[in-house]
Write a protein that binds this ligand. Structure first.
Ligand SMILES: Nc1ncnc2c1ncn2[C@@H]1O[C@H](COP(=O)(O)OP(=O)(O)OP(=O)(O)O)[C@@H](O)[C@H]1O
Ligand code: SF4
Length: 302
């Protein structure tokens, strides 16, 4: 097993597809790296591996070494303005497909074997956190993932699961199954993130609750698990991912009490301008994830 060089393993789960599990995984990873931690992301969403697209490294190929696969570096660790930016590495089935967008139509046993191989054959280099992006629901991949981790990772390594939902009732009812899955398999629930709770207007600071808000928080309370935070839809985040552009907010935009007009990143730092983490730091969602990650780290590190 190549898990020995990892301090904490965190699963990211959702009951339904399309609720933003991969974008939450991406933002947790970027935020942890911005807080100075070394981070790996393992994408085990075998039928829809989207993490390479989120990191803008879709065309990368993994190298094969004698001990297994070498994950793709998103960026190396570095100092910036006296602060440490942690390294970020990634492994996904997307890197192994001959063509981007190839469909993966595999039966359960093949998926199970692939998940096991991902856990045993990726040569992660001294990680503080390994985030595992899973497919929606509770499928064969989840069962083999959890079984393999419980068998091969030390108890203190498996920190637990972050559950992603949207505020609507339909998503919440699916997420309850996910919470029950964690309870049955003995995976600690680190907390619930409510994604797509409102919409940040690109023309002004207004955040409109398109759907109902607060369903995730109520569910977390009902299940007696931590509520980690509400994340609105910010079109600037999509632009950052799709076009790689640093978000630029209109004059006077205040999100969650923070003035976003000039971005909150060091825009003069030209040496770092090409880094995704740098660009993400200027996105309104980063302020929210900064809080979510600080709460998580306290829970995990004790
Ligand atoms: N808070 C947000 N603000 C803006 N865009 C978002 C937000 N959350 C998700 N998105 C966008 O919504 C789309 C779906 O998100 P994502 O791929 O993360 O969902 P998922 O739950 O991982 O889906 P899948 O079913 O493929 O696992 C993506 O294009 C993503 O960029
Ligand atoms: S929130 Fe205000 S600026 Fe934004 S679209 Fe609506 S009316 Fe226009």
């Amino acid at each position: 097993m190549s898990l020995s060089d990892i301090k904490h393993i965190v699963l990211v789960l959702s009951g339904k597809g399309g609720v933003g599990k991969s974008s939450v995984t991406t933002q947790l990873a970027l935020t942890l790296a911005l807080q100075g931690h070394s981070v790996g992301v393992l994408d085990v969403d075998l039928t829809g591996p989207s993490i390479p697209r989120f990191f803008g490294i879709e065309d990368a190929k993994v190298k094969q070494a004698p001990g297994g696969w070498i994950p793709v570096p998103v960026h190396e660790a570095r100092e910036r303005d006296g602060k440490k930016l942690g390294s970020l590495q990634c492994m996904s089935l997307g890197f192994l497909l001959a063509n981007r967008g190839d469909a993966v139509v595999w039966r359960g046993p093949k998926k199970t074997a692939m998940v096991r191989q991902f856990l045993s054959d990726v040569q992660w280099k001294s990680l503080d956190y390994l985030l595992i992006d899973t497919p929606p629901g509770t499928s064969d991949e989840h069962i083999s993932l959890v079984e393999t981790l419980l068998k091969n990772a030390a108890t203190e390594q498996l920190a637990g699961a972050v559950i992603v939902t949207t505020p609507q009732a339909i998503s919440i009812s699916d997420v309850k199954k996910e919470l029950n899955f964690c309870r049955k398999t003995g995976v600690h629930i680190l907390g619930v993130v409510e994604n797509m709770a409102g919409y940040v207007c690109p023309n002004c600071s207004e955040c409109t609750n398109v759907f109902s808000k607060g369903g995730g928080e109520i569910m977390a309370r009902d299940f007696d698990v931590p509520f980690l935070g509400s994340v609105p839809i910010d079109p600037m985040f999509i632009r950052l991912i799709e076009e790689g552009e640093r978000p630029v907010y209109p004059e006077g935009t205040v999100v969650e009490g923070k003035d976003m007009t000039n971005g909150n990143a060091n825009t003069n730092d030209t040496a770092n301008r090409d880094l995704l983490a740098e660009k993400y730091e200027a996105c309104s969602l980063h302020g929210i994830f900064d809080g979510i990650v600080k709460r998580l780290v306290v829970d995990i590190d004790g």
